[in-house]
Structures are given as structure tokens and as C-alpha cells.
Design a protein around this ligand. Structure first.
Ligand SMILES: [Zn+2]
Length: 550
């Protein structure tokens, strides 16, 4: 045996043997799971022994939907996540320009503002941003990544400072005189984002390496990431090469499944013509599903809803792709053996996607297609019944609950708010769920997501008692969605997702026994060690000094 963990609280997520005390690893696989005596009998002269001293050992966490490159590049953007006013945004931008010495002709890009934190709840517009810097182009993304606020210089560079064009699947917001306000919604953002400096392969590799280090320290051993058009433009060949080259040089320390955002028929056709299909790849890098976006976010009032937003009788959100476009792309992918995962948040978007999946499956029946709806935020009881009937997987983000509940209540009203983030209803109906973060929209740390799933509260305990507490998940349900639930999404439940002999040795050690931790304190548990394919890929300083390690 190469490695043995013993004296632990081993939560296997395997219903055949739910708990154990020790695990033995040979090469990159789990060789044995059981009691201390049983597993310690497998020790030999070269076995590395790790005494867990009561710590929890779990299957490594698997994030079912995130944006790795966007996350890694946030370090090069102004961090606006904690701004509580438009004035604070201005100060943060000015400090950033000064500290980084950004020249006056260069783009300044920021990310993370949320008007829910402002007293007046107003979106920043071009006049606000012109007061910060008028000549230098400035583009500031809302936390949801579905709205971009820009100044006049940025509008001018994009050629839309006076005369907006109409954008299919997006909107250049204008004032009463028809002049752009500087607020760009959905696909209109691309007019500006395409002007940012493109990333080359070396830069992509640097971003992947840095993000991987952060993710390992949070216990993630697999991530499913949607990056192809993260920064505007078609990154597909460079990005796939970057991942593959890192894997071949042993520099990709965790497993990556790439969700391929290909929203135009010619892009999808050329991707398929190059031979790419779901599941192709190797141990550390695989092609995932076709990813599409149908709508925006509830916070930005761009999610597609079946009745108007409260106080906005004209606004039912934005259809990023039309029903016809989504149908054409889903049919093409599905008929070519590509899995499909579509972002849908509003009830109208979710139900449109379920219709399209149903039609695709009737036209091109396939065994086990595992259609996915990413987010599946707003679901009426009849929509939930359709998930079950059609065996569609919902990719959920438990951290959306504490981040969004104030705006959900305000933008949808109390009756429809009760249809949002119905995680427990999904589980009770036997619908498959997978857990993710949508990082950088939310923090990537799975323990924070598990905390939110179990408490439906933010880190400060708000709202008291949790938002719709009947929808809180039990701890074992929350752990399942971030491990087996996510493994099922990529057809990898036979090699990942549980601590079972014969599966990959992808594991995480937590600083304490999570089953006895008070729910409110789950977010404070530390990750002490992350093991990928039998290699210790991350160790906390606490664990490095562990006297039990031999
Ligand atoms: Zn996303």
C-alpha cells in the first residue's frame, strides 16, 4: 500500500458502506475501506501512514459549474464585491488605477458590484463612471456577470456612445432621449468585452495554475468549468491546448471537465467537425457538455419570467437565445452524442429548456442523455414534476440563496419568491441534483456552499431561521450533491464521488468531524488535506506538522 489514512471519521457517500475509520490507497486508486484493524493489516514497509485523529475524510469535492478562467482573471480586475454605494465603486476604481499604474489609454475592468447593497438600489451609469474617469475606458461587471456598466469612453470605443444598435439576445439600455445610459445587458456586453486584450496560451496556463492552487486548498478535486468565451472571442483551441499541455507536463493538479459554451450553430458545427465529443479526454482533462445560456439573473431582472417583474410591468427579462436557436443547437449536439447543459434561471426559461429537451429526446432517442439545467432557480410545482418525468439533472448553487434572497423577494414578490431555490423539493421528488458555485459569481469553497444548503443563511446568520427553511438540506444530502451528484453529471459515478474500493483516490480531509459540527459553523471548518489520484496535492500547515504523519 502507498498510503493509509486511519483513526478517521470516513464518510464514504457509498450507500453499501456508509461509514468507516480507515482507507488504504495504492497508486491512484482506493484499495480498501473499513475499520482500523482491517485496513492497518495492509500496511507494509513503504506505506505512508496518516493518523486522522478524528478528522473527517470525504470524497474530494466536485464543483458542477464554475468559470475557472474568469475567476483567475478577477485578480486583474477591480474588486467591487463589498462596495455599498456607487461612490465607493468610484474610489475603488481610482485606487486600482493608481496602485497598478494603469495608463490612460488602457482598459480598466472591474467586477462584483451588486446594487442590492446600495441604499438607492440604482445601477451605476455612464455619468457616474465619467465622474471617476472620463477619458479612460472603464467597464464594471455586476456580480452575476449579466450586466456591464461602462463609461462614455468605453461606449465610444464600441461605437455606441450616441446611436445604439439593436442587439439580439441583449439590450443597450437608453434614456428617454434614446441615448445609451452605459448599462449593457446580456449579449450587448460583448460589444465592449470583445475590445479587451485577448489572452494567449501562456497567460491561460498561468491562470489555470493559479486557480487550481486555490481550488485544491478548498478541497476541490474536480471542477466543471465554462470558459470558452469567458473574456470575449473564441478561446476554444488555445484553451483546450493549454489544459492538455499542462496535463502532459504534470502541471494540472486537479481534474477539469470543460463545459463548451458554443452559442452559434457555425461554432458548434466546427467544434463537432474537429471531433470533440462529451467524455473525450484523459484522467485530468475531459470535454464536457455543450453549454448554452437562455436568460440572465433574477438580481439583474434579466432572468426570463412568465409574468413581469414587480414594479416593471413591461419587463419579463431577456431571452439571450430564442427558442428556435436553442432548439437547433440542442438538436444538433444531442444527435451527435454531445451532452447538453443549459443555463436557465427564470420559470419561462426553465420550462422552455425542458420543452426542448423533451422534443430532442423524442426526435433522437438516446439511452441516458443526462440533460442538465444549470441553476434551475425558479420552478413552479409543475416544472418540478417535469424534471422528474424527464430525468433532467439540476445543477444548483446553494450560495445563491443567501446572496439573492433580498432581491428575489423584491423583484418577484412573495408568491413567486416561494418558487425559487426549491432544493429540498427537488430531492424529495427524487430529482438528481449536482452542487456548484458558479464561481466567480459565488465563492468556490464547497464548505461555504454546504453551509448555505444546510442553513439557507448567509455567514452572519441572515435571515434568522433561514430563507424558506423548509428547503434546508440535511448534511448528508448537501455532501452528496457536491460529490456523487456532480460525478453523475459527467458520467463518472463509477470512478469518482464516493470512497469505494476501485475508485480514484480523490479525497479531502476536514479539520474536524463535520457530522457533529453545529450547522452554523460548517463554514468555519478547515480543509486540512486534498488528495488527487493518490497524491497529496494540498496540505494545511496544521496537517504538515501533524505528528501522526509517518
Ligand atoms: Zn455560470
Amino acid at each position: 500500500m502507498d498510503l493509509i489514512f486511519y483513526n478517521g471519521r470516513v464518510i464514504t457517500i457509498d450507500h453499501q458502506q456508509r461509514e468507516a475509520r480507515a482507507v488504504a490507497i495504492r497508486a491512484d486508486q482506493i484499495a480498501a475501506v473499513g475499520g482500523n484493524d482491517q485496513v492497518l493489516a495492509l500496511k507494509n514497509d513503504r506505506t505512508k501512514m496518516i493518523d486522522l485523529a478524528g478528522r473527517t475524510l470525504l470524497p474530494g469535492f466536485n464543483d458542477s459549474h464554475m468559470h475557472l478562467i474568469s475567476y483567475a482573471s478577477t485578480a486583474e480586475k477591480v474588486d467591487l464585491r463589498h462596495c455599498t454605494s456607487i461612490d465607493q465603486i468610484g474610489s475603488a476604481v481610482k485606487n486600482f488605477i493608481r496602485e497598478k499604474g494603469i495608463k490612460s489609454e488602457q482598459w480598466v475592468v472591474g467586477w462584483g458590484w451588486d446594487q442590492a447593497l446600495f441604499q438607492d438600489q440604482r445601477l451605476p451609469n455612464r455619468d457616474d463612471l465619467d465622474r471617476v474617469t472620463s477619458g479612460q475606458p472603464l467597464a464594471l461587471m455586476r456580480t452575476c456577470c449579466h450586466i456591464l456598466s461602462v463609461n462614455s469612453a468605453a461606449l465610444k470605443k464600441a461605437g455606441i456612445d450616441r446611436h445604439p444598435c439593436s442587439v439580439e439576445g441583449g439590450n443597450i439600455v437608453t434614456d428617454a432621449r434614446g441615448v445609451p445610459t452605459g448599462v449593457l445587458e446580456e449579449k450587448a456586453m460583448v460589444l465592449v468585452m470583445d475590445l479587451f486584450a485577448p489572452l494567449d496560451k501562456d497567460k491561460l496556463k498561468e491562470l489555470i495554475r493559479s486557480a487550481a492552487g486555490d481550488f485544491l486548498s478548498a478541497g476541490l478535486t474536480s471542477v466543471q468549468t465554462d470558459d470558452l468565451t469567458a473574456l470575449g472571442g473564441d478561446l476554444a483551441p488555445e484553451l483546450i491546448d493549454a489544459y492538455r499541455e499542462l496535463e502532459s507536463t504534470g502541471e494540472l493538479p486537479l481534474r477539469v471537465n470543460m463545459q463548451a459554451l458554443l452559442p452559434a450553430k457555425d461554432e458548434l458545427q466546427s467544434f463537432l467537425a474537429r471531433g470533440y465529443r462529451t467524455g473525450q479526454g484523459s484522467g485530468y482533462f475531459k470535454i464536457g457538455p455543450l453549454k448554452l445560456l437562455t436568460d440572465g439573473s433574477i438580481g439583474g431582472r434579466t432572468a426570463l419570467v412568465s409574468a413581469p417583474y414587480e414594479g416593471y410591468p413591461e419587463n419579463c427579462g431577456i431571452e439571450i437565445l430564442s427558442r428556435r436557436e436553442v432548439k437547433e443547437l440542442v438538436d444538433l449536439a444531442h444527435s451527435c452524442d454531445m451532452q447538453v447543459a443549459v443555463h436557465a434561471i427564470g420559470d419561462a426559461a426553465v420550462s422552455m429548456v425542458l420543452d426542448i429537451y423533451d422534443e430532442a429526446e423524442r426526435r433522437y432517442p438516446r439511452s441516458d442523455p443526462r440533460f442538465r439545467v444549470i441553476h434551475a432557480s425558479m420552478v413552479s410545482p409543475s416544472i418540478l414534476d417535469r424534471f422528474k418525468k424527464q430525468a433532467v439533472i439540476a445543477d444548483i448553487q446553494p450560495l445563491f440563496t443567501p446572496s439573492d434572497f433580498i432581491l428575489v423577494d423584491r423583484h418577484l414578490g412573495p408568491q413567486r419568491a416561494a418558487w425559487v431555490y426549491r432544493w429540498k423539493d427537488f430531492i424529495q421528488r427524487g430529482i438528481r441534483l449536482a452542487g456548484g458555485s458558479d464561481c466567480p459569481v459565488e465563492n468556490y469553497e464547497p464548505l461555504e456552499g454546504i453551509h448555505a444548503a444546510v442553513t439557507r443563511q448567509d455567514k452572519n446568520g441572515n435571515p434568522p431561521g433561514g430563507w424558506f427553511p423548509d428547503q434546508c438540506l440535511a448534511l448528508d444530502e448537501a455532501l452528496y450533491i457536491y460529490t456523487m451528484g456532480s460525478a453523475c453529471c459527467t458520467y463518472e459515478e463509477n470512478i469518482k464521488g464516493s470512497i469505494t474500493a476501485g475508485k480514484l483516490a480523490d479525497l479531502v480531509v476536514l479539520s474536524e468531524d463535520i457530522t457533529t459540527t453545529e450547522p452554523a459553523k460548517i463554514k468555519d471548518i478547515e480543509v486540512d488535506m486534498t488528495i488527487v489520484g493518490g497524491n497529496i496535492a494540498y496540505s494545511s500547515s496544521e496537517m504538515k506538522n501533524n505528528p501522526g504523519e509517518k
